[in-house]
Design a protein around this ligand. Sequence first.
Ligand code: TNX
Length: 514
Amino acid sequence: MKNKILVSVAIVFMVLLQISCDQNNPSDLTKVSFIPKPVNVTATGKNFTIGNQTTLYYEENVEGLKELAEYLSFELSQIMNYNGLIKPVSEAPEKGIFLTTENETEILGEEGYKLIIDKKKVTIAGAQNAGCFNGIQTLLQTLPAGNTENTSFLIPTGEIEDFPEFSYRGAMLDVARHFFNVEEVKQFIDFLAMYKMNKLHLHLSDDQGWRIEIKSWPKLTEIGGSTEVGGGEGGFYTQEQYSEIVKYALQRNITIIPEIDMPGHTNAALASYAELNCSGKKTELYTGTEVGFSTLCTDKEVTYQFIDDVVRELAEITPGPYIHIGGDESHVTPLEDYIPFINRVQLIVKSHGKKVIGWDEIAHAELIENVVVQFWDNEKNTTMGIEKGAKVIVSPASKAYLDMKYDSTTTLGLNWAGFIEVDHGYSWNPVDLLPVLNKENILGIESPLWSETVTNIDEIEYMVFPRLPGYAEIGWTNPERRDWNEYKFRLAGHGKRFEAKNINYYRSSKVPWE
Ligand code: TNX
């Protein structure tokens, strides 16, 4: 009898303990603040426990799945004292977390996935590895922003089926105006990965700096890489370092798109090699922030030899399909020189097996097949590009530029395209930007961070957060399912994540932070 009472007391005590531990007992999957918002979420009202020993299984003999399991394991170890095993299996396990690409639902496409959470097991099924990666990001968002003292978490059960609206979901980092080192670029890549963005455009050259080693033209980095806006010491990536960035990005489903801006925005090259100038004389290095004053000499043969060498070396270390040729703001290149120049450069890029992306001005040229025009400011150019058969990446400066100030009190950033508060940055649809744009001719969205005023990772974070998740959602989620007044609460839920990751974010008053 005594024993029975003791047992009952113990049970009551345990239940009470359980309830008090589970004050936020997360049993409704539909209540999780996912960004970007998934296509379909169904809740089944129970819990799965991720413990510090939960095994990560992956389907054997699928290239890349082991690396994805390792990635998940690493991410778990950042939010709890995780040290579970990673194991290949030939069929679905009974429990644990299971990564697989055995997926009957083809409609999920290259990047879609199913995330099935039941009481005993979590299954992440991607049609391809990219889908598994995206499923991992969604799973991570079901977990609270933890720390390494946590030993287990409860997550709600249910099922998610998800795939993106657009295949190109990117951001740009200007490493030319201010140089950012490999570690900083990796951090930036992690920000994109958290929100399922899959492209990082690196603006590798401009008037103020040349940032990528070109072995056949070594002075580009020796001289052209030696400074930056404000006169700091600048820097550049060796080809090895660049490859390290490419690899790090690829492990996170992110393609690097390198940009060499031309014929304008080229003072760093013109200061490195006299022969690239029409005058035959080197220019001075430039550390100011004006644009539109420099040009390669478009009627010298050496210019094309130079471009051929640069594109060849860059193509060799770039596994992604694109090379970005810039083409913007070439105010001192007469149009009659600009057009044949862009025509010829496109063929150079093609001859090295890559596709061309250029800012919307390149639409003045005759566009070859598969060219992508990046709309940043000019409707006429973009319309012309589409009429010439190009697809479009939308980066409207007044809505998507990460270097625009939030409001008049923001100390970093510029405001030539206006202020971009968090709600303004979120509340638009790519297909409604211009009459010519539609779902078929839009490849996707990119939000560029120009770095005239941004000098270190803290400042990058301040301009990027909390706007970046919004751009990620515009790229991923169908516009009919997006609404600022609902999104703002989900975004608020991510404030704690930013804090746990020590991200220096802008605490916009438009967001009801928790
Ligand atoms: C315009 S956007 C530029 C850049 C500047 C940026 C500053 C574009 C293609 N060109 O050279 O850095 O504005 O916001």
